[in-house]
Design a binder for this molecule. Structure first.
Ligand SMILES: [Mn+2]
Length: 302
């Protein structure tokens, strides 16, 4: 996977933007360290996805590198502007963008960046996250505030769907805020009962029903069970299995309405035996495998 990512194709099917930020994290995090660790972990995986029967080498890819992070800044606000600009620039030459974080505060500027680059589309937001991320931005933008900030800025609440919400992951007031604003909420018990594919299919239908014809997918790795995501500061016992997240990535990669992904909340410096960073690399590989069929359709002559 690593050599493929380094290929630098000029007309990419998929572009990658690194967002090495951590200053907006509510719990101590060195998530700025993750994009290079993620690229290194890609060398663990082949480009061939056996279950999908596709080789991601078929995709044209461009790694646009990392934006300047927030380590030298007082807060994340300048880096957020850089992320927004980098995603908008990537969206000008690539149908699918993947942002590699970094903490979850990147979702707001990345969503705004693709929204301004493709303002003709009606964007919805699908999160796979243990948390609603609907905290009030009392002390500015944080990794627990992006969904609330986007809705406060004009995103319709019913154009947001959340999958994998943990029963012990959120304050009552934040869950109430999400429900009051019409967010479509799918908890972990629903995923366990119906299966991840059925829940995602339902969530995508809800976004379509609310008028969204394009979807941004926020993959907060802390949706995964803590023993399988030890590098996420806020992962919890009883979360999604890695297999669920990999299946979700494959399905969502193949969904034509999905135009952007982020993978966030991993602090590579806190990882144990590479468990979380390797999961992140595998998830990226799976979503690219999903993209192959989608990209074939986009390239097919009309
Ligand atoms: Mn989150």
């Amino acid at each position: 996977m690593r050599e493929w990512l380094a290929r630098g194709d000029q007309v990419p099917d998929v572009s990658l933007v690194g967002a090495p930020i951590a200053k907006a994290s509510l719990s101590p995090s060195q998530a700025w360290s993750t994009p290079p660790a993620f690229r290194e972990a890609l060398s663990r995986f082949p480009t061939w996805h056996a279950a999908a029967g596709v080789d991601v080498e078929e995709l044209a890819v461009r790694d646009r590198g990392d934006v300047q992070g927030d380590r030298d800044d007082v807060d994340a606000s300048a880096a957020h502007l850089r992320i927004r600009a980098a995603v908008a620039a990537a969206a000008a030459d690539s149908p699918t963008i993947v942002v590699i974080g970094g903490d979850n505060s990147l979702t707001r500027p990345a969503f705004l960046g693709i929204g301004e680059a493709r303002a003709d589309r009606q964007w919805g937001l699908l999160t796979l996250d243990a948390h609603h991320d609907c905290r009030p931005p009392t002390n500015g933008s944080a990794n627990g505030t992006p969904v609330r900030e986007l809705i406060d800025a004009g995103l319709a609440g019913n154009r947001v769907a959340q999958v994998g919400i943990h029963p012990l992951g959120n304050a009552r007031a934040h869950a109430q805020w999400a429900a009051d604003h019409g967010i479509h909420i799918h908890g972990l018990d629903e995923v366990r009962a119906r299966g991840i594919e059925a829940v995602l299919t339902a969530a995508l239908a809800e976004l379509r029903g609310a008028g969204a014809d394009a979807v941004y997918v926020d993959l907060d790795v802390d949706v995964v069970e803590r023993s399988a995501a030890p590098a996420c500061p806020a992962s919890l016992p009883g979360g999604l299995s890695p297999a669920d997240l990999l299946a979700a990535a494959l399905l969502l990669g193949g969904e034509p309405a999905v135009g952007a992904f982020d993978l966030c909340e991993v602090d590579a410096m806190a990882d144990v035996a590479g468990i979380t960073v390797r999961l992140m690399a595998a998830v990226f590989t799976a979503l690219c495998a999903g993209l192959v069929s989608h990209a074939r359709e986009l390239r097919a002559p009309a």
